[in-house]
Design a protein around this ligand. Structure first.
Ligand code: SF4
Length: 690
């Protein structure tokens, strides 16, 4: 028997991007472990990826190409050869492209975060074809844009520093479920005497383990940040020297914050004025004593109408109290802009003959149902889906499914499993998993460049995404040399070689070592130097003004809340959010039996008062509905959900639910204030016994 240990990287949409050690015996991966030597992974994986061999060798893995023989959505397919599949796809794409290549739309997101199997050969292919561009907004664009207006780039506190903080605000996230290795650092900080405060409408697993939980209404985080600013300024809990030297627009901010009394803030957020005052005093007081105060803001806060503004406002707080002076102070939303990525080399936008239109992935339901028009361009005739499962994950699912069901739409899906989306495909192509292909990763939660070596040969006839697009390119007659590059050659171009942050980046040595830390300062803004136009932390932003936004922090109410839309609130009085279930990662892992067994079935958490008003008992099946649609789930009556809020942990595959539906039946395609992102947590519903 030959045994080897292969260095790999977790590819999933999680900030932790763990370093993996894969044990391979006679060509079979028998164990996937966390690398004990990697400083953030520290030998620990989440439950999901600990089951990676179960997922890789799952009996339902797609192992050969198939074409649809049943109705769209029905899921009946028959085996075909790769030759047949690729010929059929190339012939249909040629036909459509001859009329208008923009009628072809790629649809992909972070099913893998790999820079090679994500947007490299695929992007080159679609650029050369002249297909529509895809605005990849479904997760992080609102918060990213808001953060950049204040800080300049998605750069923040190093996760390895959080253990040295004395106060940590965990704002809009549940790291036990979705940022485990940050949570390990926060736990260490707690052991060393730090206070942890969770700010979240829901008493999540994380909130339960913090010292304090502030359960504000969904979509009101920006108001809470303004209320904190009010108290910090009124009680002189500021670092005046830092404000003067390294921030812009304090005088205007002072005027704006004066409007946000603790009472007004409390009323807007559905909390008490004491909570607002005490939170600001804890934060500003600790900073004033010279203690590191850190905020881990996560993407939960930005899935609402004013989501960009919420992150922009929260990102102002460290500047006011001088928290950036400490390596363990400041704020982290994402570390992604610390990486000197080279998207031009990977994606080759220079292959575009002309600038095509852009389709927003967050409104794919509407887009698929539109006819040709001068403003929209051509009707979408072909959709090539990879690294995503839009029929389960895109908002306002009834319209998404209706769009995917169009008989005149040609749909190709590259997948590991027969997902809800694959059920609508004309042709399904079997994709390799992370254990079967090469990749390179940046991350959004730590500061290591990561390599993924192929541990095993592709299962069945599975092919890497890059290989599929290489073969399609050849059939389309695309003969640019970039279409013949190997995955290793692509990976070698992923980072800019001479950038000081990736000093000495060399793909071959990264592959051998598995990971390499960026050369980034411990306290990135201790002496200012923000990558904003002014070089300062911008409380006032000319860029926002130019974009038609309020240049100062403000509060943008939800599209749907009882306060912002009383008429709708009368009909649908419950706010609903659908954050990640601990054992799923978006819609990945839902089909892994052991993980699904742990989650049980689709649930809805509901406050005891809201339940009793509706005659609902714990364990009842209920129907959750609004004007967009409805789905059923089993109620858990619990005060983890604050009054007026229901919580449906997600994202279930529709086919595993009793009624073949999930929480996205009721979410909307309305967008955020910035970044054109979806508003998954900005939803009003009513609930009744099913
Ligand atoms: S999903 Fe996140 S925590 Fe789990 S192994 Fe992957 S990177 Fe690590």
């Amino acid at each position: 028997m030959t045994t080897s240990i292969v260095r790999a990287t977790c590819p999933h949409d999680c900030p932790d991007t763990c370093a993996l050690l894969v044990t391979v015996e006679d060509g079979v991966a028998v164990q996937v472990k966390g690398d004990p030597d990697h400083p953030t992974t520290a030998g620990v994986l989440c439950t999901k990826v600990s089951k990676y061999t179960e997922r890789t060798y799952h009996k339902d893995r797609l192992l050969h190409p198939m074409k649809r023989v049943g109705r769209k959505g029905e899921g009946r397919f028959e085996r075909i050869t790769w030759e047949e599949a690729l010929d059929a796809i190339a012939s249909r794409l040629k036909d459509i492209a001859a009329r208008n290549p923009q009628a072809v739309v790629p649809y992909s997101y972070a099913g893998t975060m790999g820079l090679v199997q994500g947007e490299s050969m695929a992007a080159r292919f679609f650029h050369k074809l002249g297909a529509s561009l895809l605005d990849r907004t479904i997760c992080a664009s609102a918060g990213g844009e808001g953060y950049k207006y204040t800080i300049g780039a998605r750069i923040g506190t190093d996760v390895e520093q959080f253990q040295n903080a004395k106060l940590i605000l965990i704002w809009g996230g549940n790291p036990i479920a979705s940022n485990l290795h940050f949570w390990m650092r926060a736990q260490e900080a707690k052991r060393r005497g730090a206070k942890l405060i969770a700010i979240d409408p829901y008493r999540s697993l994380t909130a339960e383990k913090c010292h304090q939980h502030i359960a504000l209404l969904p979509g009101t985080d920006s108001a809470l940040a303004l209320g904190m600013m009010h108290v910090l300024i009124a009680e002189d809990l500021l670092d005046k020297e830092y404000v003067e030297q390294h921030t812009l627009g304090f005088d205007q901010l002072k005027q704006r914050a004066a409007e946000w009394t603790p009472e007004r803030t409390a009323q807007t957020c559905g909390i008490t004025a004491e909570e607002v005052v005490q939170l600001a005093r804890e934060y500003g007081g600790a900073a004033k004593r010279g203690e590191p105060v850190a905020i881990r803001v996560n993407y939960g806060v930005q899935r609402v109408h004013g989501g960009g503004m919420a992150v922009r406002n929260i990102a102002c707080l460290p500047g006011l109290v001088g928290a950036w002076r400490h390596a363990a102070g400041g704020i982290q939303l994402s570390s992604s802009d610390t990486f000197p990525k080279n998207p031009h080399a990977l994606q080759r936008p220079d292959l575009l003959q002309q600038q095509p239109r852009t389709i927003n992935m967050s409104t794919i339901g509407d887009a698929l149902l539109r006819d040709s028009s001068p403003e929209f361009g051509p009707k979408i005739e072909a959709l090539i889906v990879y690294n995503s499962n839009p029929v389960a994950v895109a908002p306002e699912s009834p319209k998404v499914a209706q769009g995917f069901a169009r008989e005149d739409l040609f749909t190709v899906v590259l997948e590991h499993f027969q997902t809800d989306t694959a059920d609508y495909a004309d042709i399904v192509l079997p994709a390799t998993t992370q254990l079967e292909h090469v990749d390179i990763h940046s991350t959004y939660g730590h500061l290591y460049m990561m390599a993924n070596n192929a541990a095993i040969a592709p299962l069945g006839e599975a092919k890497a995404n890059t290989e599929v697009f290489r073969l399609l390119a050849a059939r389309m007659g695309f003969d640019d040399p970039c279409f013949r590059e190997s995955d290793d050659e692509i990976a070698a171009q992923a980072f800019k070689r001479n950038d000081v942050r990736a000093v000495h980046f060399d793909w071959d040595s990264l592959k051998r070592k598995g990971w390499q830390k960026l050369n980034a300062p411990d306290a990135p803004f201790a002496n200012g130097g923000f990558p904003t136009p002014s070089g300062k932390c911008e409380f006032y932003s000319e860029q926002m003004k130019a974009a038609g936004l309020d240049p100062l922090p403000t509060y943008i109410p939800p599209h749907e809340s009882v306060a912002s839309n009383p008429a709708l609130g009368k009909k649908y009085p419950l706010a609903m959010i659908s954050p990640p279930a601990r054992n799923f990662l978006n819609s990945t892992f839902v089909n892994v039996q052991s993980l699904r067994d742990t989650e049980g079935e689709p649930h809805l958490d509901m406050h005891p008062s809201d339940a009793s008003e509706r005659g609902i008992d714990d364990g009842n099946m209920v129907r959750i509905f609004n004007d967009r649609g409805s789905y059923v789930a089993k109620v858990r009556v619990t005060d983890k959900a604050r009054r007026g809020l229901v919580v449906g942990l997600s994202i279930w595959w529709k086919k595993f639910a009793a009624d073949g539906k999930n929480a996205n039946e009721v979410t909307s395609q309305q967008l955020t204030d910035m970044g054109k992102a979806p508003t998954f947590y900005d939803v009003l519903v009513q609930v009744e016994k099913a």
